[in-house]
Design a protein around this ligand. Structure first.
Ligand SMILES: Cc1cc2nc3c(=O)[nH]c(=O)nc-3n(C[C@H](O)[C@H](O)[C@H](O)COP(=O)(O)OP(=O)(O)OC[C@H]3O[C@@H](n4cnc5c(N)ncnc54)[C@H](O)[C@@H]3O)c2cc1C
Length: 462
């Protein structure tokens, strides 16, 4: 059933570019476009910038360093933020690490592929991001959601936003859809798919929480003794005794920027659809219930957690997968193995396959399937064309809603590569606004040159 709904709404000030979403892809899009001279509005539905990294408590940037920790494979605004945050004590820079296995940058060496991340304090990250926006002069509207668009002749002419002031139509020349969910692409009629081909199911969600007062030396020595940081035997034992009743059977934690403070990335909530309000609400409630029960088990049984304390439970559910746009080119799993170079490379990811099965949350199909191609290089290239939806001409979609087969999200959905894509989207907007071309017709040689000027990595290190 439906009812017609139509009303006049006020028109706000016009912009060259509206960036919808202030996460790892929206932040660099807004900053790079504004620094290059465009008039930019950034709208964000929460009250802070950082996206999943801050609001969903995923305070650990991955994919920005090569797997040998020798090079930045994402630089530009990503590196600037890492370095500025590290300089004020809000992050640890992987450049400074000594190669130990038990490391706040992840369990390095053979123990895990969480290598060479950037752990950070979300409170300091949010403050730094505010400063960056103020310095650059980006107009930021918090507590504001993109709810619809007006489309004429294949172009978005207005972004319809909602906040406490009501509905407002913002005239714009171009739009960066950095919502992670492809909200703008979907509302403007672009082609998209969602979830697994056979049943539409998506990889599980996680409600993240941070704990402090962990005795990390006790935890580390147990991991060194057993050679495993996932505690599978302990979990099996608890399951046999009826104490562990969750769908998952691995325990994942990462140290944040302070020893003894850890992010617990362990809950896995199946059957959540991040584009459905009811499903998200149910997922939050289930997640909070699991966090309480899991933490009680951690204190009772897990080495080092006896005196630990919950510091924060994320107020936003961590969603790994929803819509993916379908552009002229869809980046295939096979291409990740085969393709060594794209002429329109705009960045890289230093991370690997990682998209748990929707129904078996501790099972990683790409880690065990013989069909998964070996990554031939230490990092994966990102072609510009995966950011471009069709048929709308002035929308671009960096971040986790890109045009890829779903397992290609493994390397590309991490925050490092999202920063690379966002910076490319921001600079591509210059051509769209100034030369009046569609995003699909952007001169990618020129874009790559513009990216090099601002320090982005667009060519392989040899
Ligand atoms: C549980 C979990 C663990 C992860 N672990 C890691 C990790 O350790 N390291 C790593 O690098 N990556 C990790 N990732 C992946 C990574 O965090 C995300 O893929 C990445 O943040 C995606 O960036 P994005 O900018 O596309 O979207 P997001 O980070 O989701 O940002 C989108 C922003 O847009 C806003 N928004 C959404 N819709 C609207 C709207 N309609 N109007 C206005 N604003 C809107 C949101 O509030 C949000 O701030 C993890 C993800 C999850 C869920």
């Amino acid at each position: 059933m439906s009812i017609p709904f139509s009303r006049d709404i006020p028109i706000g000030d016009g912009y060259d570019l509206v960036v919808c979403g202030g996460g790892p892809s929206g932040i660099p899009a807004a900053l790079s476009a504004k620094r290059a001279g465009l008039k930019v509005l950034l709208i964000e539905q929460t009250g802070q910038l950082g996206g999943v990294g801050t609001s969903a408590g995923v305070s650990h940037l991955l994919g920005g360093r090569t797997k040998d920790n020798k090079h930045w494979c994402v630089a530009g605004i990503f590196k600037e933020i890492v370095e500025d945050l590290a300089a004020r004590g809000g992050a640890l820079n992987p450049v400074d690490i000594e190669g130990e296995q038990f490391s706040p940058h992840g369990w390095t060496g053979k123990v895990s592929n969480l290598t060479y991340g950037v752990p950070f304090d979300p409170i300091q990250m949010v403050a730094l991001l505010d400063e960056k926006m103020l310095e650059a002069g980006v107009d930021v509207l918090f507590f504001t959601a993109m709810v619809d668009v007006v489309v004429e002749d294949g172009q978005v002419t207005h972004v319809v936003i909602f906040n406490k002031g009501g509905l407002l139509a913002i005239p714009t020349r171009a739009v960066v859809d950095a919502t992670g969910d492809g909200d703008v692409a979907a509302r403007s009629g672009c082609d998209f798919v969602k979830g697994r081909e056979e049943d539409g199911l998506m990889t599980p969600a996680t409600l993240m929480f941070h704990v402090d007062r962990v005795d990390q030396d006790v935890l580390a020595s147990e991991i060194y003794n057993t050679g495993s940081n996932r505690f599978k035997e302990l979990i099996q034992d608890l399951r046999d005794k009826g104490e562990w009743t969750f769908d998952y059977d691995i325990f994942i934690t990462v140290q944040l920027q302070e020893k003894g403070t850890l992010m617990v990335n362990t809950t896995r909530i199946c059957d959540v659809d991040g584009t459905d309000g009811r499903s998200l609400s149910n997922g939050m409630m289930q997640g909070r219930g699991e966090v309480s029960r899991l933490f009680a088990l951690m204190q009772k049984h897990f080495p080092g957690f006896k005196d630990a304390r919950i510091k924060m439970v994320a107020p936003v559910l961590g969603i790994r997968e929803t819509r993916r746009i379908v552009g002229d080119y869809v980046y295939k799993v096979a291409d990740v193995g085969d393709v060594l170079n794209f002429e329109d490379n705009i960045g890289f990811s230093g991370y690997g396959w990682d998209l748990p099965d929707p129904k078996k949350p501790s099972y990683q199909p790409m880690h065990v399937d013989a069909g998964a191609p070996k990554l031939k290089r230490m990092y994966t290239p990102i072609p510009y064309r995966v950011l471009v939806p069709k048929p709308i001409k002035n929308v671009i979609c960096p971040g986790r809603a890109i045009s890829v087969e779903r397992h290609v999200l493994g390397p590309l959905r991490e925050m490092g590569p999202c920063y690379a894509m966002g910076q490319a989207a921001g600079l591509a907007s210059l051509q769209v606004v100034r030369d009046g071309v569609a995003f699909k017709d952007v001169d990618t040689d020129r874009l790559r040159d513009d990216l090099k000027v601002v320090g982005a990595v667009v060519d392989w290190h040899e």
